[in-house]
Design a protein around this ligand. Structure first.
Ligand code: AHM
Ligand code: MG
Length: 335
């Protein structure tokens, strides 16, 4: 029987044998994923931890923060500020980026995260998660500025998400495929459970919040109507729909079972390009999905090639099995 491979061993292999990641990035990923372990523990305590419910504060997007949003954000900040690997961090839950205080050594990486994705689900015991992305400080930059985070997703060095569900799972890419680790609660370590994940190419499942239908743009209506028409329609097969309302959980299912996840822009607020955040949600997920053989667009363009303009920028998201993403993207481009 071969012994299980820990996340540390996996990362050392990427660093030492494949020369894919520098040692400093490996150490940074160790710290980020250790923080995810702590968040997993806090989430799993549920009502017993006294941290369910609203925090009574709002984030920069005007969304009401839950206590666990704040706890997860602080856990990531505290775990990462002193290690010496980072220049700065940015979070969905903070108005501005956070520069590493002068009392700590500074490193060359930038960390971006959505500390608790899907947190509206937390009080009803449905899966939530953490999404993160790592960039390099642009060349020549010494004191990190907010503009330094505005890099296209193609520049990500690593991206991952943890999903806190029946088991806690970490999904990670350093640009060499996608691996999955399951949290061994007794040993306290992330253990490799799947490597080189591939998104199934053919799919009969889709994920979208259909209550927004009346606000969708014509290409989305066309695509969804064809799926809904099932075996009698132009697609000639029946499709199934699933919507957890936690992107981490929906994407995790799609990575394993195939399918397409959509959060399109809609007509409610013409200036709003979508609901999900480009830097904390769309880019890391797009990197993972592409590394698993899938595709990710905003309906018109590859997400990873978008040049971000602002830290909290939103974007329309279509990601998952390649053929489906290409089809709905083609409908946008035709229109
Ligand atoms: P959050 O980061 O504030 O939790 O918001 C993002 C979440 C995604 O996880 C999920 O896909 C989407 O919002 C759900 O939106 P809706 O409430 O419209 O179903
Ligand atoms: Mg989120």
């Amino acid at each position: 029987m071969t012994s299980p491979i820990s996340l540390t061993q996996y990362l050392v292999l990427k660093q030492r044998e494949k020369g894919l990641i520098p040692g400093e990035l490996r150490l940074l990923l160790e710290v980020v994923t250790r923080a995810c372990k702590r968040i997993s523990i806090a989430v799993s305590k549920g009502a017993l931890g006294g941290s369910l419910g609203l925090a009574g504060s709002y984030n920069v997007q005007g969304e009401s923060q839950r206590k666990l949003d704040v706890i997860a954000n602080e856990t990531l900040l505290e775990a990462n500020e002193w290690g010496g690997h980072l220049a700065a961090m940015a979070s969905e839950e903070m108005d501005h980026s956070y520069t590493i205080p002068n009392r700590y050594p500074k490193g060359e990486f930038l960390l971006l995260f959505d500390p608790l994705d899907g947190s509206s689900n937390i009080d009803v015991n449905v899966s939530v998660g953490t999404i993160f992305s790592v960039l390099h400080l642009p060349e020549g930059a010494t004191e990190p500025r907010e503009e330094d985070f505005l890099q296209p997703g193609t520049r990500q060095l690593a991206a991952g998400y943890a999903v806190y569900g029946p088991s806690s799972i970490l999904v990670l890419t350093v640009g060499d495929g996608v691996a999955t680790f399951t949290l061994d609660r007794e040993a306290g370590s992330w253990t490799l459970t799947e490597d080189q994940l591939r998104i199934p190419e053919t799919t009969r499942e889709y994920a979208i919040n259909a209550s927004n239908r009346r606000h969708w743009e014509p290409p989305v209506l066309r695509y969804i109507d064809e799926l809904l028409a099932g075996a009698e329609g132009p697609r000639g097969v029946d499709f199934n729909m699933r919507w957890v309302a936690s992107m981490v959980a929906d994407v995790h299912r799609i990575i394993h079972r195939g399918g397409i996840f959509m959060y399109p822009r809609d007509n409610r607020e013409p200036d709003r390009l979508g609901k999900l955040r480009l830097l904390y949600e769309a880019n890391p997920m797009a990197f993972i999905v592409e590394q698993a053989g899938g595709a990710a667009t905003n309906g018109r363009q590859r997400i990873l090639e978008i040049e971000p303009q602002t830290l909290h920028e939103r974007v329309a998201v279509f990601l998952g099995s390649k053929e489906e993403v290409e089809r709905v993207t083609a409908y946008h481009l035709e229109g």
